[in-house]
Write a protein of this length. Structure first.
Length: 192
């Protein structure tokens, strides 16, 4: 699995959600949970219907850190979860495997689904971590609160968090695109 980027364009975030809904509703729900919670895919895949049905907050013990995390269900995510849970048994995984009723899809298969969705929109650097990075990127742009974002993502360093969500690379890319020898701003004179 390669290095993945956040989805920086809000319209593309929604387009990929719509696309995943046509692939299968479970992948749409996985993606929506990811972009609204900042959870790692390994934690999303552990969720069962009982963990999300009618909940205002979802409690997860993070696989990577072992820490318990409680995240509120966003007002835009709530109707997605409510509709998805209708008629489903509590014991069912939110993103169930097609092969086994008592398992979730694998992390690798979830990666493939998100990566293929990205390719459908001309983005070849998407994977399951893209959901978490997309959450972080847009949360930071809306709030400019790096300390709060660090707490949400369980990071300990501002610079690492900014790099993680692609802000550093985004700034470099913007500066490189705007760079020009023709705009007359260079004042350095050649010394003789």
């Amino acid at each position: 699995m390669n290095y993945v980027e956040p989805i920086r364009d809000a319209g593309t975030v929604q387009d990929i959600a719509d696309y995943l809904k046509t692939v299968h509703e479970k992948y749409y729900v996985m993606y929506e949970i990811g972009i609204y919670s900042g959870l790692r895919v390994s934690d999303i895949l552990k969720l069962k219907v009982r963990d999300i049905r009618g909940k205002d907050c979802i409690r997860v013990r993070e696989k990577k850190t072992g820490k318990e995390k409680l995240f509120p269900v966003n007002r835009e995510l709530r109707p997605v979860l409510d509709q998805y849970c209708e008629g489903k048994p509590d014991y069912m995984y939110v993103v169930p495997s097609a092969r086994a009723t008592d398992k979730a899809v694998s992390r690798e298969y979830a990666y493939r689904v998100v990566h293929e969705a990205g390719e459908a929109f001309g983005l070849d650097n998407l994977g399951t971590h893209t959901m978490r990075k997309t959450f972080g990127y847009h949360f930071y742009l809306q709030t400019k609160d790096i300390v709060l974002l660090m707490r949400i993502l369980n990071h300990s360093d501002e610079k690492k968090t900014l790099r993680y969500i692609g802000i550093e690379q985004s700034t470099i890319n913007d500066a490189m695109r705007k760079f020009s020898y023709k705009n007359g701003t260079s004042t350095h004179k050649k010394s003789m």
